[in-house]
Design a binder for this molecule. Structure first.
Ligand code: ATP
Ligand code: MG
Ligand code: MG
Ligand code: MG
Length: 474
């Protein structure tokens, strides 16, 4: 009998509870008091206050399942087996309490003990930082990991420039020979290298140095542990899935999308499978992000939401879906995640409304935009150019609402790039025009932000402002 994702999440938290940890609820995706961060992107991102000493936790041992968004992985989604925009990071943390020996032995116990995850130890590999002979010794002598399952990897040092830093260990699950995407004798074909056969499931950071402004490293008086395990990846192992998507977290969304499509089914072709994965992934992220108070807009967090919705809508098109559909998946996201995140289902009506409005808006211009883009691609090919003009990319952005990243991705599928400098220059010009327009509006004594927006050359922004506000009033 396969464990459900909810049971696996709970098992992780229960394990660390049994080791004296306090379970912290998942924090909002929108960071509080952290202007350096657009989204919470890991468990540790919510714990900075403990690690920098500004707040002392009641219990120095903490565990959590933290919803996280990573925008740097957007374009991986659909193409790798393991990347999402929204995922949950299971983690255990020691704020100046236990260190390497406990972190390593507990990790191994959780993964391999028959009472807990019961994974086959012969499928597990660990990596260490070459100079971290202590971690290597503990993995081997205490946890009893055989030497040929321990790899030294130069990258295994966690460092963000200044502040706490230290070596880390990553744990990989060997999915088996059938997943080799490199010959076994390829120099990159090892756990921690480029072979997708080895799935990174857990990252354990031994934070023991202070990286000082002068570039030197001093030992920290209190050493910390910070770990991150991708729930969706571990669920794929438990549920024996080829990718994270064939699990109870994503399959219901994929099947519902297939129903809406009425023509494409999951498994029909590699190309449509990408589209199913993208739509299932992105609607989860968008639903959670809006549930946490973010809204689609043209900048910052809002732009990320807009970009995700529009990327998903374009993939919906590839599945033959012409009408707004993502919003219909919102309650299902809520249902799937209900046991740990009941607030999502409770807000489903509101979230669906916001999503539908954004979808409808994009659908109005999508067809014309795609036509223009396809013409430009055909022209470029005809003239044997490698590149689409940045002016066109800007027009697609400004008039048709195509995020430039989407235009780039679409062009790349046809082997073309976008002239980015040209695009940036157009963007700059538009900002300048908008600034001037705002200046004029002010001098005419118009105070309302709403009206000011409407006077900017980009109609698009103005309309959006209106629609978003009308949603908020409901
Ligand atoms: P990868 O090398 O696979 O991109 P990473 O080393 O960037 O992963 P970490 O920053 O170490 O990831 O994050 C800790 C854990 O969170 C990873 O071991 C993985 O299980 C999970 N994880 C990281 N990024 C993602 C993602 N985009 N989607 C799903 N899970 C993720
Ligand atoms: Mg990564
Ligand atoms: Mg990695
Ligand atoms: Mg990692």
């Amino acid at each position: 009998e396969k464990l459900s994702s909810a049971q696996i999440r709970k098992m992780y938290l229960d394990f660390f509870k049994s080791k004296g940890h306090t379970v912290m609820p998942s924090a909002s995706l929108v960071p509080h008091d952290d202007p350096t961060l657009l989204w919470i992107n890991s468990g540790v991102a919510t714990m900075k206050k403990f690690f920098d000493g500004s707040v002392v936790p009641k219990n120095p041992r903490i565990t959590s399942s933290q919803k996280s968004i990573r925008t740097n992985d957007i374009e991986n989604v659909g193409h790798t087996a393991r990347h999402h925009t929204l995922f949950e990071m299971l983690g255990n943390f020691s704020v100046g309490d236990y260190f390497k020996e406990e972190a390593i032995t507990w990790a191994w116990e959780l993964l391999t003990s028959p009472q807990w995850f019961a994974m086959d130890p012969t499928r597990l590999y660990v990596t260490v930082y070459p100079k971290d002979t202590e971690a290597k010794r503990i993995w081997h002598e205490v946890a009893q990991v055989p030497q040929d399952h321990i790899y030294e990897v130069d990258d295994n040092f966690w460092d963000i420039g200044e502040g706490p830093s230290g070596p880390d260990s990553e744990i990989f699950y060997d999915r088996g020979q059938e997943f080799n995407n490199l010959p076994e004798d390829d120099p990159e074909s090892y756990p921690g290298g480029e072979n997708e056969r080895y799935l990174e499931i857990w990252n354990i950071v031994f934070s023991e140095f202070n990286h000082k402004p002068d570039g030197t490293y001093a030992p920290l008086p209190h050493k910390n542990i910070d770990t991150g395990m991708g729930l969706e990846r571990v669920v794929s192992v438990f549920q024996n899935a080829r990718t994270n998507f064939e699990t109870d977290l994503f399959l219901p969304l994929i099947n519902e999308t297939a129903k809406i499509s009425g023509q494409a089914k999951y498994g029909d072709s590699a190309a449509t499978d990408v589209s199913f994965k993208v739509t299932a992934d992105h609607i989860r992220a968008v639903t959670f992000a809006i549930g946490d108070g973010a809204l689609p807009s043209n900048e910052g967090r809002g732009y990320v939401i807009r970009r995700l919705i529009r990327r998903a809508v374009m993939h919906g098109q590839k599945l033959g879906i012409e009408q707004a559909f993502l919003y219909r998946l919102v309650p299902l996201v809520g249902k799937i995640m209900e046991s740990y995140y009941p607030e999502v289902l409770q807000q489903a009506d509101y979230i669906a409304k916001v999503v539908k409005m954004e979808e409808d808006r994009f659908n109005e211009t999508l067809k014309d935009g795609l036509q223009l883009l396809n013409e430009m691609i055909a022209d470029a090919k005809q003239e044997q150019l490698q590149e689409i003009s940045g002016k066109v990319a800007f027009k697609l952005y400004d008039t048709y609402g195509f995020p430039v990243e989407l235009t780039k991705e679409y062009a790349l599928e046809q082997g073309l790039t976008v002239a980015e400098n040209e695009f940036d220059a157009e963007m700059q010009k538009q900002k300048e025009r908008a600034r001037k327009a705002r200046g004029n509006a002010k001098s005419m004594g118009v105070q309302s932000g709403l009206l000011t927006d409407i006077t900017t050359p980009s109609e698009y922004v103005g309309y959006q402002t209106l629609t978003t506000q009308s949603v908020l009033k409901e």
